[in-house]
Ligand binder design. Structure first.
Ligand SMILES: Nc1ncnc2c1ncn2[C@@H]1O[C@H](COP(=O)(O)OP(=O)(O)OP(=O)(O)O)[C@@H](O)[C@H]1O
Ligand SMILES: [Mg+2]
Length: 268
């Protein structure tokens, strides 16, 4: 049901690692299907690692070339020939939502919001959780994929740059689209040293729901084009991601509609 966007203002803070990790664990910790949307149209980490070779994307569905069902893939990760996450599906956003050469953003929104709302209501019925991995870059597609969220989860590193920039983004999105930050993950915490100072700072964005340590197994899995939760499910980082998924399961996130959020953006 709820749509949760994983955000972080800076590049490379671990948004995709957290999005893949919590989606995989959410699909294991409860009985219903989970959808992970690869909302990064530039750096397609989720697509590359979880459903390589996907050829139909949300962008093509919006062009009217395919149905939504064609763009939803089973997570391709396997162990011993069996799916590793049988209740996890992936939806790649693909490339541009606007037709080539078009800059008619207002026209696109006016003509497409109804279809988007219908697609989202179909997806909400089919999936218990919809997690959206978002990019650090800014584009029209990314704004739409942020606007569909009911709530935001921020990923920060233990440095003031990422925390302060996320704080500004969280405040801006609350004001612009009325979407609330419901949690923060402090990722790449130095092993063995206190993160109290950083969790205090990050807590100003939203409650800190987890700390993931800097874990070389994350890098190792990444280089092999796999999420850490698939290759090293018992690694400290994987277990921290599991705890974050457990925190998300406890949250009450109310579903929202897209149109009022876009209207708020137009008025502000
Ligand atoms: N906890 C961690 N410990 C060690 N390395 C990590 C950790 N989290 C992420 N990384 C590494 O940092 C790099 C960036 O991670 P990731 O792609 O998840 O970040 P991102 O915020 O999605 O990046 P982008 O802004 O490019 O989308 C990867 O090489 C990944 O392996
Ligand atoms: Mg990413």
């Amino acid at each position: 049901m709820p749509i949760l966007s994983v955000m972080g203002t800076k590049g490379g803070v671990g948004k995709s690692t957290v999005a893949m990790g919590i989606s995989a664990w959410l699909s294991k910790l409860q009985k219903e299907m989970v959808l992970l949307v690869d909302g990064d149209t530039h750096v397609r980490t989720v697509e590359l690692k979880m459903c390589p070779g996907a050829d139909v994307t949300l962008a093509q569905v919006l062009e009217g070339k395919h149905s939504l069902a064609d763009a939803i893939y089973s997570c391709a990760l396997k162990a011993g020939g069996k799916p590793l996450f049988p209740r996890l599906a992936i939806l790649p956003a693909g490339g541009r939502f606007l037709p080539p050469g078009s800059r008619d953003i207002v026209g696109f929104v006016e003509h497409t919001v109804g279809r988007f709302e219908r697609m989202l209501s179909t997806l909400r019925k089919r999936f218990a959780y919809i997690i959206v991995d978002t990019p650090a870059s800014v584009g029209f597609e990314h704004l739409i994929l942020t606007a569909i969220a009911d709530a935001l989860l921020f990923v920060v590193n233990p440095d003031l740059d990422s925390i302060l920039s996320s704080k500004v983004t969280a405040e801006g999105l609350k004001q612009l689209l009325g979407i609330q930050a419901v949690g923060v993950v402090v990722n790449r915490a130095p092993r063995g040293s206190s993160v109290e100072e950083w969790t205090l700072q990050a807590g100003e964005i939203a409650p800190v729901i987890g700390v993931v340590e800097d874990d070389e197994l994350v890098e190792d899995a990444f280089r092999r084009d796999l999420p850490v939760v698939a290759l090293y499910p018992e690694a400290p980082s994987s277990l921290a991601l599991r705890k974050i998924a457990e925190e998300i399961l406890k949250m009450k996130i109310e579903p929202t509609r897209l149109l009022p959020k876009l209207e708020l953006a137009r008025g502000s």
